[in-house]
Design a protein around this ligand. Structure first.
Ligand code: GTP
Ligand code: MG
Length: 372
């Protein structure tokens, strides 16, 4: 398989071929100069000379995760990027209201007109600084994405209603944020309501290691009313402050890579996916591998449904041109050409099918819960 004969090996080891043949004879292998040797024989022989024989590892076209290695980043090209924020909290504590308020008042492309589309993420702006919000609140999306290795969130905003306090899903959200290693900013919501008790929320959260600055901790608390927009700008300010501390940067000069936020099949346009660019710049026409599928970016639009040609890190965009619908949390990477993208995508799809087949048909409680 290796295609190396005794003579080649002799040269490589700086030995005489007859010496090799003799050694092999002592090992019980009868050979001549032109006989090709198998991998095991070469290994044993090399070990005898105190050398570890290793076949040069072939590049695995299907392994796109290697491109997410920090080593591939060019330090000199790093530029500040917008923080990526996920809003979490207990049922009815006001996540959607907050996102809606932000969208109505702060969405960036507003200046140029257009109607807000739901693409699963959008950017808000405060004093010319951008913040990317993932528009899929709820722990399921967050957990699902993390399960696929997509750790896209930089900051978690925890919404807690001041008239309801810490509830089971509040605690769940705290644990998710902890597991993901993201800092938490607490938005104590509904302070306009009668019976609102923000102090109580603070006290309850301290039991979960979220200690406000005035009590010697380092968690930022902002008291807001999502419904009336009270202090929402202050919340954005705090997010930007936290982002400054994190010194978020990305290299826009590379081929783009990132993660899928959400995806679906559109009757007319085929697979439509919202992706978040994490490194590099994505262009229309780029050949791309996404999860177990591939394609070429045919169209790219922002949250206002406006066509754009290029998108930089931390920008969410909706793209078409993939062969299949990817999954939330799938990673994508732009390839050198369409042929390579296709090869990688097909190989990944093949492996995924094999994995399913190998997993067999045994249903355990675990698999049941995972598919629920
Ligand atoms: P789920 O998606 O079901 O988990 O809930 P949610 O967290 O998205 O809550 P949502 O934004 O839907 O708000 C729930 C209810 O609280 C709605 O009736 C909102 O109008 C109300 N609400 C949200 N924020 C405020 C607020 O700041 N003040 C008042 N008075 N009501 C609010
Ligand atoms: Mg909601």
């Amino acid at each position: 398989k290796v295609g190396m004969n005794v003579q080649d090996l002799a040269k490589l080891l700086h030995r005489d071929a007859t010496e090799i043949i003799k050694k092999l004879f002592l090992l019980g292998v009868v050979t001549n100069q032109n006989q090709s040797l198998d991998e095991d024989t070469i290994e044993v022989l090399a070990a005898d000379y105190g050398i570890e024989a290793k076949q040069k590892e072939e590049e695995d076209v299907a392994d796109i995760d290697r491109f997410f290695d920090d080593e591939t980043i060019n330090e000199e090209a790093l530029e500040p990027r917008a923080p990526v924020v996920t809003i979490m909290g207990h049922v009815d504590h006001g996540k959607t209201t907050l996102l809606d308020y932000l969208r109505k008042t702060n969405v960036t492309a507003g200046e140029a007109g257009g109607i807000t589309q739901h693409i699963g993420a959008y950017q808000a702006r405060l004093n010319d600084k951008l913040i990317t919000f993932l528009d899929t609140p709820g722990h399921a999306a967050f957990t699902e994405m993390r399960a696929r290795g997509a750790n896209v969130t930089d900051i978690t905003v925890l919404v807690v209603a001041a008239d309801d306090g810490v509830q089971p899903q509040t605690i769940e959200a705290i644990n998710h944020a902890k597991a993901a290693g993201t800092p938490v900013i607490v938005a104590v919501n509904k302070i306009d309501k009668e019976g609102a008790n923000p102090e109580q929320v603070m006290n309850e959260l301290m039991a979960h290691d979220l200690v406000p600055e005035e009590y010697g901790g380092d968690t930022i608390f902002v008291q807001i009313s999502a419904k009336f927009g009270k202090n929402v700008d202050q919340l954005l300010e705090m997010i930007l402050l936290e982002a400054d501390v994190l010194e978020l940067k990305a290299d826009p000069t590379q081929p783009a890579r990132g993660s899928v936020i959400e995806a679906r099949l559109d009757k007319g346009r085929g697979p439509v996916s919202t992706v978040l660019i994490q490194q590099g710049t994505l262009h229309v026409g780029d050949p791309i591998v996404v999860g177990n599928t591939y394609g070429r970016v045919r169209t790219m639009t922002n949250e206002k449904g406006q066509d754009i040609d290029a998108a930089k890190p931390a920008t969410p965009v909706q793209i078409t041109g993939l062969n299949e619908v990817p999954l939330a949390g799938d990673r994508f990477i732009v390839m050198a050409d369409e042929k390579t993208a296709r090869a990688a995508g097909e190989e990944r799809a093949k492996r995924a099918r094999e994995e399913v087949r190998n997993a067999g048909s045994v249903v355990t409680l675990d698999t049941l819960f995972n598919t629920m």
